[in-house]
Ligand binder design. Structure first.
Ligand code: PEP
Length: 268
């Protein structure tokens, strides 16, 4: 068994916030304060129009720019859409797929999420796949079933060797933007379940290397406990990624927590 570590990853999802000028100022501050940071990958998933400013300004080694969405087709008559080729040409490396706001507000189904994820992989980008249950589903006790189904559908047609390039974010819908965070134990349990599901479908090597994030009202105060969990490899951060102080504190917590050994995943 190798001793490779899964590096922590902190990804900010700005949603529909900040103009290109504000992006430049914000990223300049990140550059200054993250210059010497090693041991944690940082991604800022900015609105499409902010991408050029973010890519141009990002200088600190640990900062990478991501997008929040993309279309699955490479080009064509899809008014208002953006393809992976366009994003790549701008220097974008990561793309969020299947965020619950897109599933809820823009009708994205598991089938569409699967097409986007495969297009991102085909375009050599790293998809950050979001999965998570609603409060009703949690109360009905179907969280495990739902998450396994979302993963199965989203990763349909994906090969085991590609799974190590995917990031999965467990984002309970009821915790997004609400200030309600999952308990450390609940978050850990679902992230471990996701890893076990990856193992069942794609094998031990894929499960050891895939990075699994928690997202849902993570902030400077609760990050430490969440990031200390063995199966949580980082965070997808919405609201708190808009403040340089909060975001940087979370990154510092991730550095402190360090990476996890790619330990064997227990067989169910
Ligand atoms: C998100 O949008 O992915 C998210 C986790 O948001 P917040 O941190 O604001 O809950």
């Amino acid at each position: 068994m190798g001793t490779k570590k899964r590096r922590k990853l902190i990804a900010g999802n700005w949603k529909m916030n900040k103009t290109p000028s504000q992006t430049k100022v914000f990223v300049e501050e990140l550059n200054r304060r993250l210059e010497g940071v090693r041991g944690c990958d940082t991604v800022i998933c900015v609105p499409f129009v902010d991408i050029p400013a973010a890519v141009r300004t990002a200088k600190a080694r640990c900062i990478t720019v991501g997008a929040q969405n993309m279309h699955h087709e490479p080009s064509g008559a899809y008014t208002g859409e953006i393809s992976s080729q366009m994003l790549q040409d701008l220097g974008v490396k990561y793309v969020i797929v299947g965020h619950s706001e897109r599933r809820r507000d823009f009708g994205e189904t598991d089938v569409i999420v699967n097409k986007k994820l495969r297009a991102a992989l085909g375009g050599n980008m790293i998809p950050i796949l979001c999965v998570g249950e609603s409060i009703e589903q949690r109360e009905r006790g179907v969280t495990e079933e739902l998450i396994c189904l979302q993963i199965k559908e989203a990763l349909s047609g994906v090969e085991a060797r590609q799974v190590r390039r995917i990031v999965i974010a467990y984002e309970p819908i009821w915790a997004i933007g609400t200030g309600m965070t999952a308990t450390v134990e609940d978050a850990r349990e679902v992230c471990a379940l996701i890893r076990a599901q990856i193992r069942r479908v794609f094998g031990a090597a894929a499960a050891r290397s895939v990075r699994i994030l928690y997202g849902g009202s993570m902030n400077a105060k609760n990050a430490k406990g969440l990031l200390a969990c063995p199966d949580i490899d980082g965070g997808l951060i919405g609201g708190a990624s808009l403040s340089a102080d909060e975001f940087i504190t979370i990154i510092e917590e991730a550095v402190q927590a360090g990476g996890d050994d790619e330990k064997p995943v227990p067989v169910e």
